[in-house]
Structures are given as C-alpha cells and as structure tokens.
Unconditional design. Structure first.
Length: 80
C-alpha cells in the first residue's frame, strides 16, 4: 500500500501485490465456496468477475456473486 492508502498507480492501473502462490490459494478457496460476497464500492470501482480460473483449478465450480447494495445501484449494471 502506498503512503496515500492506495494499491493502484495514480493512473488507476492496478498493481499486483500477491504472489503466484497467494493467487492460486485464493482461486482454490473461491472454488470451495458457494458464494463470494462483495460490497457495492468494489463493484462500482472494479466490477470484478469473481470467477475461478481453470489455470489454477481443474474443472472449476463457479460461486454465486453476492453484492451488498442497500440503494440498488447494481440494478442497471450489465454483467458479462
């Protein structure tokens, strides 16, 4: 994390701060979960896929995406 509390460059380009081992563990945990819970801020800022990649898990099982959004701001978003 930088001095201003950010984990991205001033251009908003993300910086990878996790090792390959950490990434693999995250995908394995996600694969073992029924759902992934995220807040609306994460969705509006990054719109993450929250999926499991076959690169890290053979025959991945995709969890449900659960979004905490008390003002229904995701209602008009398109998910790819």
């Amino acid at each position: 994390m930088s001095a201003d509390g950010k984990i991205a460059l001033p251009t908003k380009k993300q910086i990878r701060i996790s090792s390959e081992e950490d990434i693999k563990r995250m995908y394995q945990l996600r694969n073992e979960s029924d759902a992934v819970l995220v807040g609306i801020g994460t969705i509006l800022t990054d719109n993450p896929k929250l999926t499991v990649k076959e690169t890290y898990v053979h025959h991945p099982r995709q969890p449900l995406r659960v979004i905490l959004d008390s003002k229904c701001r995701t209602r008009q978003m398109l998910w790819c």
